[in-house]
Design a protein around this ligand. Structure first.
Ligand code: DC
Length: 225
């Protein structure tokens, strides 16, 4: 039986991972967070003292790396780097910066392509990232470009940071989001853009539950088409 592929792309802070995970749970599909894969390579570069932007040094190291995805009993994706669970370590802010640098390197993107495609060959997936509908799974049955205005994403992020006890000024968070948007959309290798056949879902004026319903409706309509 062939698998069904749902590709969800969009800028950081649009709520992709939470919404994609909820959609995958509702459909009984595997949720694949591809950002976590880039973060794992970013962590490797940081820990091993390789400049994350040094393409030659990093591509020489890649074949010796074991970057694996595992799913725990609760269905949560875990990332393993050479057998070590790095799922928490990859969320550190300095690793976000390393991940952003390594993800701009064509050698890294090319190397990770097959890992992502293989997951979608073996399982029906909801896969989120920046280039899933454009590069990784260009024939995906369902493609969604999930976004929200930079101000709304910054407001949501501020709320999250406050809840975690690490508040940051709104202006700073907004600047950071705008800088990341610029980097993601202007890089030469697989820049963030909406695939021609992707449905645009802008959640700027929607609550989480409205966004989830809208996403599920798009997926159901496309799958039924
Ligand atoms: O979604 P995230 O913040 O966990 O992603 C981490 C970094 O990886 C971010 O800088 C964007 C990049 N990324 C990418 O280039 N392509 C993907 N498919 C997923 C993430």
């Amino acid at each position: 039986m062939s698998t069904i592929r749902v590709a969800i792309d969009g800028p950081s802070g649009a709520g992709k991972s939470t919404l994609a995970r909820a959609a995958a749970a509702g459909l009984g599909f595997l949720y694949v967070d591809t950002g976590a894969i880039y973060r794992t390579v970013g962590l490797y570069a940081c820990e091993s003292g390789i400049d994350p932007g040094a393409e030659a040094a990093l591509s020489a190291a890649l074949p010796g790396l074991r970057v694996e995805l595992q799913y725990d009993e609760a269905g949560q994706q875990r990332m393993l780097l050479n057998g070590r669970d790095v799922s928490e370590a990859i969320r550190r802010p300095e690793i976000s910066r390393c991940a952003s640098v390594v993800s701009a390197l064509p050698a890294v993107r090319g190397y990770l392509l097959e890992t992502q495609r293989e997951l979608a060959r073996k399982n029906s997936v909801v896969m989120d990232g920046r280039d899933i509908g454009t590069v990784v799974l260009p024939d995906a049955e369902v493609k969604v470009f999930l976004t929200a205005s930079a101000e709304v994403r910054a407001r949501r992020r501020c709320r999250e940071l406050e809840e975690r006890g690490t508040p940051q000024p709104f202006e700073e968070v907004l600047r950071d989001i705008e800088a990341r948007d610029w980097k993601d959309t202007h890089r030469a290798a697989a820049p963030l853009r909406q695939a021609r056949d992707a449905v645009l879902l802008d959640t700027s004026t929607m609550s989480f539950s409205e966004s989830r319903q809208a996403l599920l409706r798009i997926i159901q309509e496309r799958m039924g088409a």
